[in-house]
Design a protein. Structure first.
Ligand code: G3H
Ligand code: 13P
Ligand code: NA
Ligand code: ZN
Length: 328
């Protein structure tokens, strides 16, 4: 059944687990997520980015998610809109049937320029007002995603702020977070702790100076009843990077957020963990390997099937590590 995000995150908080929120763009990702959830009996959050809506079209995404609900009626599914850039965008998603929306007011409506606190509260409060009137949950964001290593915001495919940010913008302030939740009434709060979108998060395995898990503890201590959200939470599996590079890819050395660090966050109020890049890496690695090893094959269903299996295995591993298995 289609459910609101609030229902799932309240359950996750009560039982002390976290939910991966996977981005979805196509049939293979949708199947991978649902087959994994079905196998381990986990609830599902799927989210569509602006890029996904541009790629697949909003009606196709909507029907893909509704098809998942139809085929797996015993699994609760949240249809979430990722990184909305304005109240208008969120309103259109609600009209389309999304059961949860993110209003990312940490950035102006260009999705790039860091916004001030008053703007963020204004747009987020507006969305909370109309979303809650429809039973739809709202995720807000305070602080800007970006690298504590370089001070740079943003990422390679253009989701996030641009340019150099202050250290203070890259780490959510617990007092400001508490004020923001009070001022807006959001159901879930995305925070900045040094992660960024995409594959190039860290140039070395992250330590506490560049991945601020301690900041989660400080925010949770101040806001014990707020569901926290980690963005940019792909772990960038080294084994998939190696397969991509073995079969013709060229990806430089890079590191993501270790699963055990996410698990530490889940002990301190993190309930939603956004993952996109890991499924992209697994899919690309599986397709590159299959086509290299089966050069005469030309049926796309063959290489898309191995893509689905590779993504499904990542989903299963995350559901299990985050404690969501058995919770559907
Ligand atoms: O928000 C970040 C996600 O990784 C979505 O990226 O805009 O390329 O679909 P995308
Ligand atoms: P990754 O790029 O680390 O997978 O993060 C995805 C995300 O935060 C989507 O909102
Ligand atoms: Na989101
Ligand atoms: Zn994100």
């Amino acid at each position: 059944a289609l459910v609101s995000m609030r229902q799932l995150l309240d359950h996750a908080a009560e039982f002390g687990y976290g939910l991966p929120a996977f981005n979805v763009n196509n049939l293979e990702q949708m199947r991978a997520i649902m087959e994994a959830a079905d196998k381990v009996d986990a609830p599902v959050i799927v989210q569509a980015s602006a890029g996904a809506r541009k790629y697949a079209g909003a009606p196709f995404l909507r029907h893909l998610i509704l098809a998942a609900v139809e085929e797996f009626p015993h699994i609760p599914v949240v249809m979430h809109q990722d990184h909305g850039t304005s109240p208008d965008v969120c309103q259109r998603s609600i009209q389309l049937g999304f059961s949860s929306v993110m209003m990312d007011g940490s950035l102006k409506s260009d999705g790039k320029t860091p916004a001030d606190y008053a703007y963020n509260v204004d747009v987020t409060r507006t969305v909370v007002n109309f979303a809650h009137a429809c039973g739809v949950s709202v995720e807000g964001e305070i602080g800007c995603l970006g690298s504590l290593e370089t001070g740079m915001a943003g990422e390679e495919d253009g989701v996030g702020a641009e340019g150099v940010l202050d250290h203070s913008q890259l780490l959510t302030d617990p007092e400001e977070a508490a004020q923001f939740v009070k001022d807006t009434g959001v159901d879930a709060l995305a925070i900045a702790i040094g992660t960024s979108h995409g594959a190039y998060k860290f140039t070395r395995p992250p330590t506490g100076d560049i991945l601020a898990i301690d900041r989660i503890k400080a925010i949770h201590a101040r806001l014990p009843n707020t569901h926290l959200v980690m963005h940019g939470s792909s772990s960038v599996p080294q084994e998939w990077l190696a397969i991509i590079n073995e079969f013709g890819g060229e990806m430089p050395e890079t590191y993501g957020v270790p699963v055990e660090e996410i698990v530490e966050g889940i002990k301190h109020g993190v309930r939603k963990v956004n993952i996109d890049t890991d499924l992209r890496l697994a899919s690309t690695g599986a397709v590159r390997r299959f086509l290299a090893q089966n050069p005469s094959e030309f049926d796309p269903r063959k290489f898309l099937a191995v893509s689905t299996v590779a993504m499904r295995d990542i989903c299963i591993a995350r559901y299990e590590a985050f404690g969501a298995a058995g919770m559907a």
